[in-house]
Design a protein around this ligand. Sequence first.
Ligand SMILES: C[S@@+](CC[C@H](N)C(=O)[O-])C[C@H]1O[C@@H](n2cnc3c(N)ncnc32)[C@H](O)[C@@H]1O
Length: 337
Amino acid sequence: MQKSLEIDPDYYDLGRDDYVDTDFASETTSLASFVYKGVFENGRRCPSDEQQFESLEAGHLLCILLDANTPNPLFHAPVKNLKQILDIGTGRGNWAIDVADMFPEATVRGVDLFPPPGEWLPPNCIMEVDDVLQEWTWRQTFDLIHMRQLIGAFTPEEWDGLFSQCYKNLNPGGWIEQIEGDPRVNCSDSSMSTDSSVVKFTEAVFRAGKEWNHPIDTLDTMRAAMEKAGFVDIHEKEYKWPVGPWARDPTLKEAGRLHYHQWMAGMEGWGMYLLTKFGVPTPWTKEEVHVLLARVRKELQNPHVHMWQYARRVWGRKPTEEEARIKSEDAATDTGM
Ligand SMILES: C[S@@+](CC[C@H](N)C(=O)[O-])C[C@H]1O[C@@H](n2cnc3c(N)ncnc32)[C@H](O)[C@@H]1O
């Protein structure tokens, strides 16, 4: 279980009124100075943009950091005989690359609609450009399939189809694992204004996702979707991601720093397409989105606001051959066959 999110009282003795002039924020000036380049194609996020990659990198480090005290911070599924691994929607490929380094005997495939930046890859890591909603053409089956931060990528029907493909393409006894963040923000004290721009932004994005039929509450639906596809032995772990380094605990403080980076570099990509195409009640103009984002940025830079977000990791197993046999025998008995 994650440590409690206590506020660091010493933080304010330093007389900080926003994160902009601090050492911490100077690390983010490169993020803030990026100009958004328009990163969407065919209604899906194109991660070939440097700013999006920065956000993904911060998200990757955040996930690892909050599990740094576990035997394997990259995934929790207790996979036996790990040989073939697939990372769906791999983005920048951070997870696939780290897993390939950690398990040199395994082959790790990262698949995405868009190619990752041309960086050095471990010899056992393969990056492929493909649409996972199409019929899969890999010859081998997998021992582990991983997904992370794919909220808003698919309709509920597409999610069902994707989980079925995962099930079909896993070896008996193989595992699926997914980690997603909640787009909605929380605050455990009164430090967040009732008129919060961050809340306005996240609620608007949430409604737009619904309007588009690409709901972004994936962290609440993924477990049931796994069960529906036939996965068993399902486990989950919940996290609280602080936004900004306001927490007392040093790990959570660092996590907050990373999540702040994730927000600063990512929010334009999260909101621009959804709000200008599916904003409710009518699509927003780009200028309207920019105005709200400027307010969001200012609020996030305020160290006196103690926001955090839920995230959840869920992992489940495809039944073994023995389990599948017993299940089909039971089903035959039930139907009298
Ligand atoms: C927010 S990024 C997450 C990247 C990565 N999983 C991580 O956590 O760093 C979502 C990724 O899913 C990819 N994606 C969306 N739809 C896809 C599809 N149908 N097939 C393959 N990749 C897809 C996007 O291109 C994008 O790179």
